[in-house]
Design a protein around this ligand. Structure first.
Ligand code: SF4
Length: 298
């Protein structure tokens, strides 16, 4: 739990105390958990290391997932970057490759940090590790930025949802993008208000995004959505750092996301009964996997 009920309260506390959002969240969580803040930082550094190892593993392992539905995307993107075959800025490609890498490790049942969920696990590592490398930022600072991401995530969880089953993919990958954008702004030396605008912009850019995993597996479209939402998060951070603001305050965007999630059909909330899961190809994949599973039981 977080003592702050809204992002606005969090921002006001940071501004009043002349601190970063991460400092405010860290102090709040240390008090709530009755822990020394340094212990929480050390735990977050361990989480950061898990994120880094997942990136390295995902980039190196181009093999297929157990279902055969995914695998090798991160490695392909990295190779294209190495061969200078990218149309995008290399920083953006690196963000996307890392996001794909972690999501692919998740699909292979590897070790990831569910930040905020397993399905959206690539977005935050993709952003904070790339920005950290780019700016030669210490691991300690990167770990601190994860407290900022966590603070935003806790508010979203309290006011709306982080679950695809409850709010669609906007709640899962969208929230991860909002959290990552807020952390990126802090890492780049932006203000607490800019972090809030970055989160709002990232969330607005994916309102209505449905949860429609093919065959109910967190692979298609989830893995590539991690890359897409990581790119969106970076774009949102860039805009906010340039002084571009969200016309709708972030807390209202979160409320809108909740409202959209409530209006979303249950077929589009992780039930694999709508969207991409119900395309002819999606259904054929589901039938093949069901047949494979049955043959293993024979
Ligand atoms: S489509 Fe659904 S299962 Fe996949 S990442 Fe989004 S919310 Fe998670």
């Amino acid at each position: 739990m977080l003592s702050y009920q809204s992002i606005q309260e969090l921002i006001e506390a940071a501004v009043e105390q002349d601190q970063c959002i991460s400092d405010v969240v860290l102090a709040d969580q240390a008090a709530a958990l009755e822990q020394d803040p340094e212990n929480l930082i050390q735990t977050m550094l361990q989480r950061l290391e898990v994120m880094r190892q997942a990136v390295e593993k995902g980039l190196a392992d181009a093999g297929p997932s157990p279902s055969g539905l995914s695998g090798g995307a991160a490695s392909s993107l990295r190779q294209a970057l190495d061969k200078q075959q990218s149309v995008l800025d290399p920083v953006l490609v690196q963000v996307m490759a890392k996001a794909l890498a972690v999501a692919e490790v998740n699909a292979k049942m590897g070790r990831i940090v569910a930040a905020p969920t397993a399905g959206s696990c690539g977005i935050i590592p993709g952003i904070v590790l790339t920005v950290g490398e780019l700016q030669s930022i210490s691991d300690r600072q990167i770990a601190l930025s994860l407290f900022t991401a966590s603070g935003f995530g806790l508010v979203i969880a309290n006011r709306a949802s982080l679950s695809g089953a409850e709010g669609g993919c906007q709640a899962e990958c969208g929230s991860a993008a909002g959290m990552a954008a807020a952390a990126a702004v802090e890492l780049m030396g932006g203000t607490p208000e800019q972090s809030a605008h970055a989160c709002a912009i990232a969330l607005k850019n994916c309102l209505g995004l449905v949860c429609d995993p093919v065959a109910g597996l967190v692979e298609v479209p989830c893995i590539k959505r991690n890359a897409g939402q990581a790119a969106s998060a970076l774009a949102a951070a860039e805009m906010a750092l340039a002084g571009i603001t969200s016309a709708i305050p972030v807390d209202e965007v979160i409320e809108a996301m909740k409202d959209v999630g409530n209006q979303m059909s249950v077929t589009l909330k992780e039930t694999a009964a709508g969207g991409l899961a119900m395309t002819p190809t999606g259904q054929a994949v589901d039938a093949r996997l069901t047949e494979d599973a049955a043959s293993h039981l024979d």
